[in-house]
Design a binder for this molecule. Structure first.
Ligand code: SER
Length: 879
């Protein structure tokens, strides 16, 4: 019988427990208090300070199973994943550690015993090979004289490029930190005497490194400085997936039991039958990494750990699509795949939903650009003659289509093409520099610019005019010219760009003349001057020269629809809700409008519909929208809406939408209401007491929203197998059915619980006068386990109740301790014993606690020991 991966993990721990090691849980994937590491990449990370002698450990011998991620940082395997049979982003590392306790000899002897003894892994000694650090004579002698490995099977590995300690047999955690010479044990699947030791080691595929034993003797302070440590330690690491491939004799990590299950499931959703397919392997590997990263509360982003996650997700998506998993479908299969990942108990169940939500968002975002980017890359591939993609193209794919560089590398690798990485890095660094400058610029741009002058706004009627450049500011200082790539603010004598005011956002567009061009990204008022904020994209622009200014018409049109609709909304609110519904704030952008107004009562759905109806009717009436400059008194006579307690100039601009809406306004508007097309409220909320907020869409944005709603209803109908008209009825019936079923299920469960309690009461032990119940249930309803523990506590009064519920390969534990006993023994203490022994998780209080873990095989022995432990604890107490 082959060992399962779970059994191998357990055997490792059992072996080291027998050798006096404390078994501790692995650390989180995010190293605590260690800014030198992005992710935990080895079992020793959590013990860094103990190796360095900065902290004292309670135990001198430890063994752990550590979740590791080798993506980003010093140890980065991402690019190899899928292409070799061995590399993973995420993997589990088995490790034993000694702190100022045993050293070289024992560490080697333990490793040899575990690997070769019949009782443990029982590997053929002839298939094992050894490497040692060239200068480490002591280790060489241990292998040769004590373990008696033939010298032709021991290879000495020296420093590379004559740099001291730059060797495969000198392990370093990162650019700084504990380090030391190492000895590695290799496995040869098929004995081959035709090659020399050197040849075997040179050929990657011949020998599989299974165990790295590091003799921690030094601390690396910097690139050039390394100092000896006062105390010597042992740090060993054995990849669980690798040793499983050896013990299951499958010659590939991807062929071990846990990966095969996962790969089969993925292949089922794909159009691939060959389970050796690279993309299948990549998806299987990456899913585990994605799961564990999101479980550690990392979300995809453009920097730091979030970017590593994003890179892994994007690489997964490309490979998933490549093997025929439909676009925007991948996130849906996640729950099915997660079930196959080795997760302790049901505690992490809620993460499943979060992962799906995050992946859905990422997938929707990236699948849109993936195809476009691939097309561009294909075109580029056709053009090149030297099999090298330029850094510019790789950067364009990154910058515009969100292709992480390793994704582009991955695609190119499949086609035998390289990327000019130096060139790419040049673009990347330049972008970084620009983006820092930009951030600084936008943070400070309007600080101290005071110009005693006035610009004329011509943008009510014109979209493009010829102007004179009056002032140029760069970094808040007046300059006479601004050149390519510089960010700055340009002031003109007259402009058609509307500066942000009255809730309407500023215009965007360009200032240009012949080959010079300045991209306007925002327009703001600076006193009486209008500032065009942006960047020169070509040429040099000089003060006192002529320039054309041209707004982005599509952007402005969308703003105008929302601005005119805002006036319609304001008037409609006053008609329907009363004259007190007065504007308190507003935002008019190209994408939507937001309107805050005074109103104390709740607004119901039918009022919302009324408001929409009134506005849409005025839209269909296709009124002309006119503006007039009027004397303020005249405006009042026209009943124009305004904040008349505000100070206005004598002459005010009034916007008339027939006599439906007359309002003072400086903003820009469309010329006919019909152009708004459609008005749709999408949100209503309370901003503060007495102030309501309405958010709404117009034009194509409103149509898009309706399409989305439409699709949603259709999807629901499809799920319910009904037509749109009877979905409500169907949902109501379903809810009723579910409620009835739940009621019946509850009744049955209650009966079962009563019977179960009766059975359990017969199994109660007595320790002195205290009742102890320890029992293992099988796939019992988890909610009921909690209820049973509570009832037993009430019934037995003076008792400790431990109920274990086995569910496939995992278990949960629920523990209850009656209050009178909690000063000597607590429920959380008991749960901790279980989870420590099984790398589980849990929590709770003194009287009630629960947890869960894997390694069900260990349960009988823990149960046995726990009885003794409780007896000991209670021995000296009188109750
Ligand atoms: N730290 C070493 C490694 O990761 C041994 O655990 O290989």
């Amino acid at each position: 019988m082959k060992n399962t991966t779970h059994e191998i993990r357990q055997k490792f721990l059992d072996f080291f427990k027998e050798k006096g090691h404390s078994i501790l849980p692995g650390d989180s994937l995010i190293p605590k208090n260690d800014s030198t590491l992005l992710f935990t990449n080895a079992g020793m990370n959590q013990f860094k300070d103990f190796f360095l002698g900065k902290k004292q450990k309670n135990y001198s011998r430890i063994a752990t199973v550590q979740n590791c991620l080798r993506t980003g940082g010093k140890h980065n395997d991402l690019e190899n994943v899928g292409y070799t049979e061995r590399h993973h982003t995420f993997f589990e590392m088995l490790g034993n550690f000694s702190f100022d306790d045993y050293f070289k000899k024992e560490a080697i002897m333990y490793a040899w015993e575990l690997l070769t003894s019949k009782k443990w892994f029982n590997l053929d000694k002839n298939k094992l090979w050894i490497s040692v650090y060239e200068n480490d004579i002591e280790t060489y002698k241990i292998w040769k004289n004590i373990i008696k490995v033939p010298i032709e099977k021991i290879i000495k590995i020296g420093d590379k490029n004559n740099i001291k300690y730059n060797s495969d047999n000198f392990w370093q955690m990162g650019n700084t930190g504990p380090c030391g010479p190492s000895t590695e044990i290799f496995y040869q699947f098929k004995i081959d005497y035709t090659q020399t030791t050197q040849e075997l080691f040179n050929n990657n595929n011949c020998l599989l490194e299974i165990w790295n034993i590091v003799f921690i003797e030094f601390n690396r302070i910097s690139n050039t400085e390394i100092i000896p440590l006062a105390k010597k330690s042992i740090d060993t690491g054995m990849g669980l997936e690798r040793i499983a491939s050896v013990l299951q004799n499958v010659n590939s990590n991807y062929k071990i039991d846990i990966f095969q299950e996962l790969i089969k499931k993925i292949s089922y959703f794909s159009n691939i039958e060959n389970l050796n397919n690279i993309s299948l392997k990549i998806v299987a590997d990456h899913i585990r990494a994605i799961f564990f990263l999101i479980s550690e509360d990392i979300t995809p982003s453009n920097e730091h750990r979030g970017y590593i996650l994003r890179r892994i997700i994007r690489r997964t998506l490309r490979h998933a699509y490549k093997i025929g998993i439909n676009q925007n479908f991948f996130y849906k299969i996640i729950p099915k795949l997660i079930k196959l990942i080795n997760i302790p108990s049901g505690i992490l169940k809620e993460k499943e939903k979060i992962i799906q939500k995050i992946l859905k968002k990422e997938e929707l975002q990236f699948s849109q650009t993936l195809n476009k980017g691939l097309k561009i890359l294909n075109q580029e591939v056709k053009k090149i003659s030297n099999n090298i993609i330029s850094g510019k193209t790789a950067f364009y794919l990154y910058d515009t289509f969100g292709f992480p560089i390793d994704l582009t590398k991955d695609i190119c690798r499949e086609r035998g093409i390289k990327i000019d990485l130096d060139d790419y890095n040049k673009y990347k660094n330049e972008q970084k520099k620009q983006s820092n400058i930009r951030k600084k610029f936008y943070k400070n741009y309007n600080q101290d610019i005071i110009i005693n002058d006035r610009s004329v706004f011509c943008g009510y009627k014109k979209n493009r005019i010829k102007s004179l450049i009056k002032y140029i500011f760069v970094e808040n200082k007046a300059v006479s010219s601004i050149s390519e790539n510089q960010l700055g603010i340009i002031f003109l004598d007259k402009t058609c760009f509307y500066p942000e005011s009255g809730g309407q956002i500023g215009d965007i567009g360009k200032l240009y003349f012949k080959k010079t061009c300045f991209l306007v990204e925002n327009t703001q008022n600076f006193g009486n001057m209008i500032g065009h904020i942006g960047k020169v994209i070509s040429g040099t622009i000089k003060e006192k020269s002529t320039i054309y200014c041209k707004i982005d018409k599509i952007h402005r049109n969308s703003i105008q629809l929302n601005h005119s609709a805002t006036h319609l909304l304001h008037a409609a609110l006053q008609k329907i809700l009363g004259n007190n519904a007065l504007q308190k704030g507003s935002l008019v952008s190209n994408t939507h409008l937001r309107f805050d107004f005074s109103y104390t009562k709740n607004i119901n759905f039918s009022q919302i519909h009324k408001i929409e109806n009134v506005i849409n009717e005025e839209i269909r009436n296709n009124h002309l929208i006119k503006t007039k400059n009027l004397n303020i008194e005249e405006a009042k006579r026209n009943k124009a809406i305004a904040l008349f307690d505000h100070k206005y100039n004598n002459i005010v601009r009034v916007v008339f939408i027939k006599d439906f809406s007359i309002e003072l306004c400086g903003g820009t508007h469309t010329n006919r209401t019909g152009k708004i097309g459609i008005f749709k409220i999408i949100g209503q909320s309370n901003v503060s007491s007495g102030i309501k907020r309405i958010e709404a869409l117009t034009g194509q944005y409103a149509i898009n929203y309706l399409h989305y709603q439409d699709t949603l209803i259709k999807d629901i109908s499809l799920i319910l197998k009904s037509n749109n008209s009877d979905i409500q009825e169907k949902i109501k019936n379903l809810i009723l059915k579910v409620k009835n079923l739940e009621k019946k299920a509850d009744q049955l469960q209650n009966k079962e619980n009563t019977n179960q309690i009766k059975k359990l009461l017969k199994k109660v032990d007595n320790i002195k006068n205290i009742k102890l119940l320890t029992h293992i249930l099988h796939k019992y309803d988890q909610k009921s386990v909690r209820i049973i523990v509570d009832q037993l506590k009430k019934e037995l009064k003076n008792a400790i109740i431990i109920l274990i519920n086995k569910i496939n390969n995992s278990y949960t534990i629920n523990c209850g301790v009656t209050k009178n006993l909690t000063h000597s023994i607590t429920a959380i203490d008991i749960v901790n014993i279980f989870i420590k022994e099984t790398q589980g998780k849990g929590g709770g209080k003194k009287e009630i606690a629960e947890g869960g873990g894997m390694n069900n095989a260990k349960l009988p022995i823990i149960v046995k020991n726990i009885k003794q432990w409780i007896t000991e604890k209670l021995k000296n107490n009188i109750f």
